[in-house]
Write a protein of this length. Structure first.
Length: 277
């Protein structure tokens, strides 16, 4: 019984960290799940939910509860930070992204080693994000989208993408589409109808993606992980807040370096924790 409680608590904490990763720009909930050794088990549990509902719900419930708590608590802090220290925070998150890329490359090379053709996957991934950004600028002029039930549904879908596909920072996508701040406000003010729309978007997109992604990462891990590096690289360029000769810029560069080191350090800790289980 105590062992079951301990396992429940560990998954609750893991879910909280994954939830934080889902809302923090520069961090991916999916890659955190990979680092913790939970990613494949989560995919299997969701895919086989109807075959073994009791067993899989017992596994997923604490992760889901922890993830929801991570989203809500982190959102409150982020709204204040981004309003007052946006440029330094974006540099910090860009460092977190850059520090996560070596992990993705290592995962991509794990099965068959490095192949030159994987670089094409990175190029295609980069082009995909660049096209999304270009279309956003073309049809909205780079302005923020109006936040309504449809865009809330879209936010939930984007969060699902970042949870199911390791390495994609959904918050980066929401930032360059101009709806990240509005989503944070909705989350912090607990606007229940918007949050329900986001939850429906998450479930709908995750349900479609999980089966497909599970097969793709099993059959073509190199292509998939290198495509994700392309996603992240261009997302970082898109949200780059600029450069100016000032003391604040020096602070921003230090924060970028801190984010890079912190990302590498976090990956090492998660790797050791996963190996000890």
């Amino acid at each position: 019984m105590n062992r079951d409680k301990g396992s429940f608590f560990k998954r609750l904490v893991a879910g909280f960290v994954i939830g934080v990763g889902a809302i923090l720009p520069g961090v991916s909930g999916g890659i955190i799940a990979v680092s913790m050794g939970l990613y494949r088990r989560m995919l299997d549990a969701v895919s086989e939910l109807y075959r073994h509902p009791k067993k899989n719900l017992e596994f997923l419930l604490p992760i889901g509860l922890g993830g929801a708590a991570g989203l809500v608590l982190t959102g409150r802090l982020l709204e204040w930070v981004l309003n007052n220290w946006r440029m330094p925070v974006l540099y910090l998150f860009m460092g977190l992204v850059a520090g996560g890329i070596p992990t993705l490359i290592r995962e991509g090379n794990k099965r068959n080693g490095f192949k030159k053709r994987y670089l094409m996957a990175s190029v295609l991934g980069a082009l995909f994000i660049a096209v999304i950004a270009a279309l956003n600028n073309r049809y909205t002029g780079g302005a923020a989208w109006d936040f309504n039930y449809l865009t809330a549904f879209f936010c939930g879908g984007v969060i699902a993408v970042g949870t199911v596909i390791p390495g994609i920072s959904t918050s980066f996508i929401l930032i360059f589409l101009g709806i990240y701040d509005a989503f944070l406000i909705s989350l912090n003010r607990f606007q229940i109808l918007y949050l329900l729309s986001a939850a429906l978007g998450f479930v709908a997109v995750a349900g479609v993606l999980i089966v497909f992604v599970r097969k793709m990462f099993d059959k073509h891990p190199g292509w998939c992980y290198y495509a994700v590096t392309g996603f992240l690289s261009v997302s970082t360029v898109i949200i780059f807040p600029g450069f100016e000769l000032s003391f604040m810029q020096f602070v921003c560069i230090l924060l970028f370096a801190l984010g890079f080191i912190a990302s590498l350090f976090m990956e090492k800790i998660m790797e050791k924790d996963s190996a000890s289980q």
